[in-house]
Every structure is written in structure tokens, then in C-alpha cells.
Design a protein. Structure first.
Lengths: 298, 305
């Protein structure tokens, strides 16, 4: 989803991880009744995803008049080929990837640097004021500034994926600085001071000492950035002028009319757009979940 | 808020230098580009838009000031009123559904059930999917598959496509928006649940508390701050709903599910630029009002989050 910057994350977290919970809560017995209920409820998630896969593997004739939930047999792999060619998937995917990579790296670097400078100079009002100034963005959702922003980006030649990536970085700056500064306050200054005594410059101290220590919170920021930039629809749609340079979700939107003639090709195309985040999530689930926990509670 | 300030280098230039270069230049290099870019890309357009909302600008050409005319027109515009009505109703309902379902699921996923991590994975999955594409999938399910199944089991309410029904389409939008938002809320509730020590439940058991009493007297109060976090986050996202409406109904039937974000973006097409900027400013003020209200609720609880 597009830029989800939280309005009020300045809430101090209770000691969430204060104590390790015991794995088994009450007694050692498996609650089978509850297991069955949860398993049935999980169908609300599984069935639509199965539906998408099944639709992508059928021919229009197999889709026919049925409910769409019937098993696809024989499997029609051709739909993926057709969708790949019709929507120029490689180009759209590389645009999505370009925006996502710039946004992830940019969000981590820009906000880590800014947050570190702010926290380590908190004694100066200029830095406290900067912090407050950046926080304004928490209260400005994209739709509010969209109209002038689109004109601005067009005027300065950034009505393209680079412009979208820059805006992703800028819109998330407030939230990311908030996350980083909360984390940096917990890092002892002594480490940095000893690095300085050893002759490190400010920049070297940041690169060699601080940045490695920021790895957990950088992962959180990076995961948020990845999911948002990859799935964003409204910003690329409004900012990028040339439809050739559109991202995967926007391409799905642009091809809706042509998809109606072959709904199975449409679903094959949807799946190809959904798969990267789904596979990434299944591989890195542990980090994604703990990252989101850290990000939302901080 | 303990942070060391870099040694101030007063020197002969004294106060002037202290004001403009109070710290090592490297720190300024880290922060000044960020401030400039932020000002240029976010604050400048915001001020510019506010300025245009008092003019008759159509997006190009000349314009002149027309005072509050756009605001007056916006406040009596039935189309806008409907879109605000839909957006707020949708946001309230989706917010309640998301939090209630997520709380129940989080408690279930935190208890001693079989295949716990596998089931968690399943419930987390919608979180990483594109809202627009999920909506396209659901459009087909709700408009084609659900009516066929409903007809077969004689379930009248869903036998026709609710997305084509002017009065019910918003329910479809609320369902899909909640489907996408629930995993994130579950994760936050799970974070809260793992922080509750088991001893508290053991003590409650010894006092003879049943499952419901334990939920009401132990779980719910201890999770209350997480409920507030979830409410604030989800409500704000629901107010800005766009992708899901575009994918599911396109704002229709008619304008029944046109969200505020959609009306603002329409300023590009109908020569409504300045008018929709006035709408955007009103939307901003409403968003701000909700945020301030939510923050004051938190503060009244002693900031004890």
C-alpha cells in the first residue's frame, strides 16, 4: 500500500520483550477445538489465493460457467507466457525493482544519517527544531499534496520512476527518522567516543561504528520501504508520465480493459506481480514479522 | 533524551558562529541536504497547494484570487459530501472490523494450538500483497463466484453482485480493506500478548477466573495500549483509501464508493485544480482533527502507553 506513515507513533512502548514468554502457555495440552476453528477461518485467506492460482492455470473454456474454484486440469501454463508478452512484464518489473532499490537504500541512508546527527546534537535547539520540522510530514498524507506535487515533478523533469523513488524517500523520512532516533538513543555514546579517540572522523565513526549497530532497525525500515514501494499504486500512477515506465501494479491497472477478453491471462499477470513479495515473505518471514513489530510499536 | 552535544567552538566570531555552525560541519552535511530536499518536495508543494486553493487556477494559464469561494462551494457540494460520508463510514466500520477480528485471531494464534507457526504464516500473508491486485482478485470472486455459490445454497443476500449495488458496494470495499489490514494488526497484538507474563494468568486461574473473565480482566486491559496503536494506524490508512476502491468498484456504482482521495485526484482532469486543492486542505484539516483527537485520548490516559 502507498505511503503509510503513522500519525502518532510517538508512543513509548511498554517493555514488550521484557521477559521471554514461555512457549507453552497453560499446561502442555493442544487445544484441538480452537485449532479447528482457526484452521477453518484461515480459509478466508487461503481460498482467494488458491482462486487466483486456479484461475491463472485455466483456459477460458475451463473457466466456463463454474464458480472458478474448480481444480485447473489440464494445466494451462500458456497464460503466463501470454501475460508476460502482453504487459511487457520484464520492463514493468524492472521499473518496480528500480524504484524499490532506490527507495530502500535511500530511506535507510538518508534517515539514519539525519537521525544520528539529530540525536547526537540534541543539546542544540537547531537540531531539536529540525526534528520537529521533519515530523510535520506525519500529518500530511499524499492525497493532500498530490496535485501541486505532480506539477512540480513534471516541471523539474522528474515525472519518472526516479521521481517516484525520491518521493517515497521523502514521504517516509519523518517516520523513519522517528524509528532511527528512538533506536540510536539506546546506543551508548562511549563506543563512538572511543572511536573518535582512535582518530576516526565523524563520517568514519558513522560508517564503521554506528551503521553496523543500526542493522536491526535498518532491517525494519528496509522491509517497510520494500513492501510500500513495490506495492505502491497511486504515486507511480500519478507521477510517472510515460506509461512505458510504469510499475507492475499500475500496468495491471492500465491493462484492465484488455484483460476482460481473457480473464485467465489477467490472473496469470496478477500472480506474477504478487509472487515476488509473497516469496520474499515466506523466505524471510521471521525478520519481516519482527521488523514490523519493532516498527509499529516504537 | 540524553545526548552529548559536540563541543561548541566559540572563537572570536562568537554568537554568530554558534547560531549557524554550532557543531562539526559533518553533522550539518548529514542533515542540511535532508532538510532542503524535504522542504522542496513536501513542504513547498503543500504551501503552494494551499495558495492555489484561494484562486481560480485550472492547472495552467493565468489565475487570480477568489478568496474563500472554493471552500464555500466545496462545503455545499453534494458529490463531495457523499464522498466524505462514504470515506468516514467505511473507515469507521473497517477499523472496528479489523481490530475486533485481529484481536480474536491474535489471541487464538497465541494460544496452544496445533500448527501454530504455519497458521500464523497463513494469516500474515495478505500483508505483503498489493492492495490493488488483491482487489482485482476479489472483484472477480464477489461478482462472479459468490453469486453462483450463493444461488446454489439459496443464500439470498449474496446472490447478486453486491459491488454493483449502490447501497451495499461499500461493504465489499470494507471487507477487502480489512482483509488486507488485519495481518498488520494481528502482528501488533501478538507483540502485546507475548509481553503478558504467564504468571498473571496462573494467578487468575487460582482465583477461579474462567476464560472470559481472564480476557476481560487481564488480556484486554493489558492490550489496551496496543488497541489504541492499531486504531490510530488503521483509521488513518482507511481514511486515505484509494487502491482498493480503484480495484474493486472504481468508485461506483455511480459515485457510491468514491473516496476523498479519488475526488482530490479528479482535480487533474476537470479543470477543478484549485477547487480540489480546497478539498485537499479540508481533508487535511479533518485528518489532523482525528489525529489530535486520538492523541488527546492517549494523553488523557496518562500517556501510559
Amino acid at each position: 500500500m502507498a505511503t503509510e506513515v503513522s500519525t502518532a507513533p510517538v508512543v513509548a512502548a511498554p517493555a514488550v520483550r521484557a521477559r521471554r514468554p514461555r512457549r507453552v502457555s497453560e499446561g502442555g495440552r493442544v487445544n484441538w477445538g480452537l485449532t479447528i476453528v482457526v484452521a477453518i477461518v484461515s480459509l478466508i485467506v487461503i481460498l482467494p489465493l488458491y482462486f487466483a492460482v486456479a484461475m491463472a492455470l485455466k483456459s477460458p473454456a475451463q473457466t466456463g460457467t463454474g464458480t472458478g474454484f474448480n481444480f485447473p486440469w489440464p494445466i494451462q501454463w500458456g497464460n503466463f507466457r501470454a501475460a508476460w508478452d502482453l504487459t511487457d512484464t520484464p520492463l514493468a518489473a524492472s521499473m518496480s525493482l528500480l524504484i524499490t532499490v532506490i527507495a530502500v537504500v535511500g530511506e535507510i541512508l538518508v534517515s539514519a544519517l539525519a537521525a544520528w546527527a539529530i540525536v547526537r546534537n540534541w543539546g542544540h535547539w537547531q537540531f531539536r527544531a529540525t526534528f520537529g520540522y521533519l515530523m510535520i510530514a506525519l500529518f500530511i498524507p499524499f492525497p493532500v499534496v498530490a496535485l501541486p506535487q505532480v506539477k512540480l515533478m513534471a516541471a523539474i523533469g522528474l515525472a519518472n520512476p526516479f521521481g517516484v523513488a525520491i518521493l517515497h524517500i521523502m514521504f517516509n523520512l519523518a517516520f523513519n527518522v522517528l524509528l532511527f532516533s528512538a533506536f540510536i538513543r539506546g546506543i551508548p555514546v562511549e563506543l563512538e567516543e572511543s572511536a573518535r579517540l582512535d582518530g576516526c572522523t565523524t563520517m568514519q565513526t558513522f560508517r564503521r561504528i554506528v551503521l553496523p549497530l543500526l542493522a536491526p532497525i535498518s532491517a525494519t525500515v528496509g522491509i517497510f520501504a520494500f513492501l510500500q514501494s513495490w506495492n505502491d499504486f497511486q504515486m507511480p500512477r500519478l507521477i510517472t508520465a510515460n506509461p512505458k515506465f510504469q510499475t507492475l501494479p499500475v500496468v495491471q491497472f492500465l491493462f484492465q480493459d484488455q484483460f476482460t477478453t481473457n480473464i485467465n491471462v489477467a490472473f496469470a499477470s496478477y500472480l506474477m506481480a504478487l509472487l515476488p513479495t509473497l516469496v520474499a515473505f515466506l523466505i524471510a518471514q521471521r525478520w519481516v514479522v519482527s521488523g514490523i513489530m519493532r516498527g509499529s510499536i516504537k | 533524551m540524553t545526548a552529548t552535544s559536540a563541543p561548541s567552538r566559540g572563537g572570536p566570531l562568537g554568537t554568530l558562529k554558534k547560531i549557524f555552525f554550532p557543531v562539526a560541519p559533518t553533522y550539518l552535511l548529514m542533515i542540511i541536504p535532508a532538510i532542503l530536499l524535504f522542504t522542496f518536495f513536501i513542504i513547498y508543494p503543500a504551501i503552494q497547494g494551499m495558495f492555489y486553493s484561494f484562486t481560480n487556477f485550472v492547472g495552467y494559464g493565468t489565475f487570480h484570487s477568489i478568496g474563500f469561494a472554493n471552500y464555500k462551494a466545496a462545503l455545499s457540494d453534494p458529490t463531495l459530501r457523499d464522498s466524505y460520508g462514504f470515506t468516514v463510514l467505511f473507515a469507521v466500520v473497517a477499523c472496528i472490523v479489523t481490530n475486533v477480528v485481529a484481536l480474536a485471531l491474535a489471541i487464538a494464534l497465541n494460544s496452544k494450538i496445533k500448527w501454530r507457526s504455519g497458521l500464523r504464516t497463513v494469516f500474515f500473508m495478505p500483508m505483503v500483497l498489493s492492495g490493488l491486485i488483491v482487489s482485482y482478485i476479489f472483484t472477480f470472486i464477489i461478482s462472479t463466484s459468490v453469486p453462483i455459490i450463493s444461488a446454489a445454497i439459496h443464500f439470498a443476500p449474496l446472490e447478486s453482485n453486491i459491488l454493483a449495488n449502490q447501497h451495499l458496494a461499500w461493504l465489499g470495499v470494507a471487507f477487502v480493506a480489512s482483509w488486507v489490514a488485519i495481518p498488520g494488526a494481528i502482528i501488533i497484538f501478538l507483540a502485546g500478548l507475548t509481553g503478558i507474563p504467564t504468571e498473571v494468568y496462573e494467578a487468575a486461574s487460582i482465583d477461579g477466573a474462567n476464560a472470559w473473565t481472564k480476557f476481560r480482566r487481564v488480556t484486554f486491559p493489558l492490550l489496551f495500549s496496543f488497541l489504541i496503536i492499531n486504531t490510530i494506524l488503521s483509521f488513518k490508512n482507511f481514511l486515505n483509501v484509494y487502491d482498493i476502491v480503484v480495484g474493486l468498484t472504481g468508485g461506483g456504482p455511480g459515485t457510491a464508493t468514491t473516496s476523498v482521495a479519488q475526488t482530490i485526484f479528479s482535480g487533474f482532469f476537470n479543470g477543478d485544480y484549485a477547487y480540489q486543492m480546497a478539498n485537499a486542505v479540508i481533508f487535511f484539516l479533518i485528518t489532523l482533527l482525528f489525529a489530535v483527537f486520538q492523541l488527546s485520548v492517549i494523553r488523557r490516559r496518562g500517556g501510559g502507553l
